[in-house]
Design a protein around this ligand. Structure first.
Ligand code: 13P
Length: 336
């Protein structure tokens, strides 16, 4: 087992998953303002340290993806965020892309930027304690999208990123996200997601990335949120497992899904069913942002001094996700 393979397994071991707390300042501002909390540096760390110091962290969260601001911050009692995470037994990670911009040549689509100067930034993050990283490619879906240009250029960027990350001895999370937005069918999502993932692995191989030291962060197979032809959660689970079985090389140690705008319970139920149908050797867990934090954020916004209450809401969500990552979740548990 290589060192990178060990880190990947450690993050996802025993039903643990990843907390994606790597919202950029612009996105975090949107989230905070949606619950009428001012987005300033103090509030951003206060909410995040509430989650990072909760009991559920040590039991259910094997890794946390941080944002540049957060990895350099101290908590209110003067501890480095990375030290707090280490105490909780959770591995610190860092988002290293600089966002998705318009793709020249196909302006309705996006290309993720951030390769310039990446090697130097990675060295800095590694010194700060990061052991893994994230880069998100994002794909619109419709009859004509994603285009070959979007599929090829994002796969190329993801592979160059992953190769640089492994050079710095960290585990790259490779996140190709086919969006839920639109009226596309689940069948189209299956076809396009398969094509996107296969192309990513072609490029990763071309760039000599060690696939045993990578975590894939994909979307689930869903009909578009405006589609009249929604499919059942059972069908989502079966199609998602089939897509990954056909598209992901067996060497990859772990898959950690994004929630992508699903509700907390929907993301949990789908993950649970995926694990019921998982007949592969891949660990299939979570790397959720909104589906782990939404209720906790709403609770905290009502009284930002109620840290215990906020932690209880977060712990419940993390426990439900962890049960789902083991195929042991049931809807009755939501009320316990
Ligand atoms: P969501 O689970 O809210 O989709 O966020 C996951 C993530 O990290 C997206 O890049």
């Amino acid at each position: 087992m290589t060192e990178l393979n060990k880190i990947a397994h450690k993050i996802l071991e025993n039903g643990k998953g990843i907390l994606a707390a790597d919202e950029s300042t612009a996105t975090m501002t949107k989230r905070l303002e949606s619950v009428n909390v001012e987005s300033n540096v103090e509030n951003r760390i206060l909410f995040r340290e509430s989650l990072f110091s909760s009991k559920g962290m040590s039991k259910f969260i094997g890794g946390v993806i941080l944002y540049d601001e957060t990895i350099k911050q101290k908590t209110s009692d003067g501890k480095k965020v990375t030290e707090l995470l280490a105490e909780m037994g959770s591995i610190p990670g860092i988002k290293v892309d600089t966002g998705a911009k318009q793709l020249a040549g196909s302006l309705d689509e996006k290309i993720t930027e951030g390769l310039d100067g990446l090697r130097e930034r990675l060295k800095e993050y590694s010194k700060l304690g990061a052991k893994f990283t994230k880069w998100r490619g994002v794909y619109n879906i419709s009859e004509k999208y994603p285009s070959k240009l979007s599929i090829n250029s994002n796969a190329h960027a993801l592979a160059r990123y992953a190769a640089l990350v492994q050079e710095c001895k960290m585990v790259p999370i490779v996140e190709p996200e086919v969006l839920m937005d639109g009226d596309h069918s689940a069948k189209n999502c299956f076809i396009k997601t398969s094509e996107v993932i296969k192309k990513c692995f072609d490029e990763l191989r071309l760039h000599n990335v060690d696939l045993t030291g990578v975590i894939l962060k994909p979307n689930m197979i869903l009909a578009g949120n405006n589609s009249k032809n929604q499919i059942s959660n059972e069908e989502t689970a079966k199609l998602t497992v089939k897509c990954l079985k056909e598209s992901v090389p067996v060497e990859v140690p772990g898959i950690a899904f994004l929630s992508g705008g699903q509700t907390e319970v929907q993301a949990t139920e789908n993950l649970n069913l995926i694990n019921k149908y998982n007949d592969t050797n891949f660990v299939m867990s979570y790397s959720y942002g909104r589906a782990l934090q939404q209720s906790a954020l709403k609770h905290w916004a009502k009284n930002t001094k109620d840290i215990n209450g906020t932690q209880a809401v977060f712990d419940h969500r993390a426990r439900m996700c962890s049960l789902a990552a083991q195929g042991k979740w049931a809807s009755e548990l939501e009320n316990k």
